[in-house]
Each structure stands twice: as C-alpha cells, then as structure tokens.
Design a protein around this ligand. Sequence first.
Ligand code: PEP
Length: 249
Amino acid sequence: AGSGKFFVGGNWKCNGTKDSISKLVSDLNSATLESDVDVVVAPPFVYLDQVKNSLTDRIEIAAQNCWTGKGGAFTGEISVEQLKDLGCKWVVLGHSERRHIIGETDKFIGTKAAYALSQNLGVIACIGELLEEREAGKTFDVCFQHMKAFADAVPSWDNIVIAYEPVWAIGTGKVATPEQAQEVHVAVRDWLSKNVSAEVASKTRIIYGGSVNGGNCAELAKQEDIDGFLVGGASLKGPEFATIINSVT
Ligand code: PEP
C-alpha cells in the first residue's frame, strides 16, 4: 500500500435477502477493524435502507449503480438524489458486469460519474481488461481508454477512487499476481500524472479487485501502488471481509 488511506469496498452485487443481510450486518458490526482504513459496502438498492439503518457508522454505504442525472420519468432507475437521501456516500460505476453484461458504454458511465460527483457522491470508478485483451497485449490500452472516458467527463478527481479489476479475475477465483496488479496500478498512476496532474496521480487511490480473499490479500496489500481492494464474493462473509480490511500494511 502507498501513502493514501487504505480503502476497502465490498460489492454485494445481486445477492442477499433481508435475513442474510441482517446476519452479514451483525457480523460486520461485531468485527474488529483497523482504524486507518476507509471501509464501504455496496448492498443491492432494495436493501440500502435496511443496511444504512442497522450497520455501524464506521462503514460507509455505496450504491452499485445510479442514473445519469436528476430523477424523473426514467422507469426502473435510481437517482443520485435518492441515494443521498438514503445516506449513501459512494457509487460504483463502470463495473465490468455493467460494461459487459448490461452493455454500458464509456460515455454513459462518464455521464453518471460527472453527475454523481456534482451532487457530492463519491465514485468508485472501475476499469479493467478482458482476458482476450490481456492476451493480445492490450491491457494498458484498455485501461487508459477507460481512464480517459472518466477524465473527459469529470471536473475533479477529489472524490474518486479507481478500482482496477481485470475482468478475467472477477468472480473466477483467478486472482492477478501482486506483480500483475502492481504493474497496471503504476501504469494508471503514470497515465494520471501525464494526462491530469502529478498531484492527482499521487493523491488518487487505486484499489485492486478480482478474486481477492482472506488468503491472498496480504501479499497484494504489500505492493506500493495497491491502495486497497474492491471485493465481491469474499465481502459476503463478514469475518473474511474483516481479514481483508485488516490486511493494510
Ligand atoms: C467485483 O465484483 O468487483 C469483484 C472483484 O468480485 P470478486 O471479488 O468476486 O472477484
């Protein structure tokens, strides 16, 4: 980990019931967490209120998506204002499942990021390559393209955490090696330095996501440019998520 405050997010995706979430919240409430870590969980929309009303204030709440602008006649969408009304501090945008399963484009994601930031909702901005893109030597190109789409849309990087999530590592059990992750994090930081500013490059946290678990987090956390994690599957288990949070070095 580098000099910024370690940041660990738990993405619960489309999982859980009122009962299972109540158990997860109570496990998180009783866990001992290192104080020098920002901790955020992203429950499904329908459980945001339940989680906000039962989870310790030590842990902030993120949404897994949001609408591109103010609410209104947009059936099935959830606005940034509504997320703020429920007490959300963050929103995850550009997750690979939304890019590759739902078909969200860079431009659409950038519009959401800009609007969320304009309303003071922090953005966990996800980037990352597919397996075939890595195998074709296009990892940096793809990550830089995702970065550029965010950079072109947002007025400031103050409230953004970048999540590097190689798609081949998400939900597959195939974690990137610490060296593979570190290499991309350095490249992304360098991209920020050249295309935004040296200050933003040094201040912006770049977290890693993709099959992080209680067993592999410590080695990853030792890398200089890994400033935390975005965790899917392992964030559904309170004690294991606590181990990942406490892997800060
Ligand atoms: C994610 O969904 O952001 C993720 C990293 O999932 P998993 O940890 O399950 O690979």
